[in-house]
Design a protein around this ligand. Structure first.
Ligand code: NAP
Length: 278
């Protein structure tokens, strides 16, 4: 079997076209503000790519960049001012922050209605209680890829490798809400291969390049590769190349889940704008 490639770039393009139409029908385009207070070059380029994509959907965006001398109080003041600004629909604090800053206090200060990263405890609670809210972009992107390719959720055994607040846990909530049977695995899981071999759908989100090998995958399984880490200067996923010979469908890295994450941040901004403006 040669797995079908689930093309995240294509799915993201379709989503952006839908969003551009939806934004075109709004009296004022949504506005997204990024807050960057860290010197990680990857996160700077990540923010730039989100800004470019936002522009394609007609979403206004800008980035507030802070120097290393920024204090916790400066950032909390900035968040309070963005919360109070009626013309701001989405706020995204790009991680990692400078080491002296307490990220969780800053993220928790964001108005949940503008929290386009979906990481505020209010949005986490809404997600787990099955109520509408803002959902973290990467797991929301996985769902969108599955929907785009009309892959089934109901009754599927879904094994998620990785239990972070950013990816694994919210992915579990989203698959569960669609009536899948979900297993969350992690670094202490005993005999991971025997767990993943049961799966109809594997979500690989451990950040361990190539860790999911063909012998860990049931024939015909769908494999969604979230992991991204540079290996000898090349971006590699958690899924080894030989998995394509066993699975029925896989996301490539790059070009799979990554573009969807960026697109879902823009989608969340549009969603937040509509919800706030009624
Ligand atoms: P994280 O916070 O470091 O979490 C990694 C998770 O993987 C942890 O739960 C960890 O288990 C688990 N894990 C690590 N090694 C394992 C192993 N050998 N076997 C089983 N589980 C293992 O990372 P994250 O923020 O969730 O990100 C995960 C990966 O996705 C990274 O490569 C990141 O760059 C990538 N990512 C990609 C996108 C995208 O758009 N594609 C978006 C976000 C993140 P413990 O909890 O036991 O430590």
């Amino acid at each position: 079997m040669t797995a079908r490639v689930l093309n995240g770039r294509e799915v993201a393009k379709t989503l952006m076209e839908e969003l551009a139409m939806s934004v075109g029908a709004m009296p004022t385009p949504p506005r997204l503000v990024f807050v960057r207070a860290g010197d990680d070059p990857a996160s700077a380029s990540y923010v730039r790519s989100k800004e470019r994509l936002a522009a394609k959907a007609g979403v206004r965006s800008e980035t507030r960049v802070f120097e290393a001398s920024v204090t916790q109080e400066d950032l909390l003041r900035e968040i309070a001012s963005l919360n109070a600004d009626a013309d701001v629909d989405g706020i995204l604090v790009q991680l990692p922050l400078y080491g002296h800053l307490r990220a969780s206090e800053i993220l928790d200060a964001i108005d949940p209605a503008k929290d386009v990263d979906g990481l505020h405890p209010v949005n986490v609670g809404l997600l787990w209680s099955g109520r509408p809210g803002l959902v973290p972009a990467t797991p929301a992107g996985l769902i969108r890829i599955m929907e785009h390719y009309v892959l089934p959720f109901e009754g599927q055994d879904v094994v998620i490798v990785g239990r972070s607040n950013l990816v694994g846990k919210p992915a579990a909530a989203l698959f569960l809400a669609r009536n899948a049977t979900v297993t969350l695995s992690h670094s202490r899981t005993r005999d991971l291969a025997s767990v993943t071999r049961r799966a109809d759908v594997i979500v690989a989100a451990a950040g361990q390049p190539g860790m999911i090998r063909a012998d860990m995958v049931k024939a015909g399984a769908v494999v969604l590769d979230v992991g991204q880490a540079p290996v000898d200067g090349v971006l590699r996923g958690d899924v080894a190349d030989d998995v394509a010979g066993v699975a029925s469908a896989v996301t490539p890295t790059p070009g799979g889940t990554g573009p969807m994450t960026v697109a879902m941040v823009v989608a969340n901004t549009v969603h937040a704008a509509k919800a706030r403006r009624g």
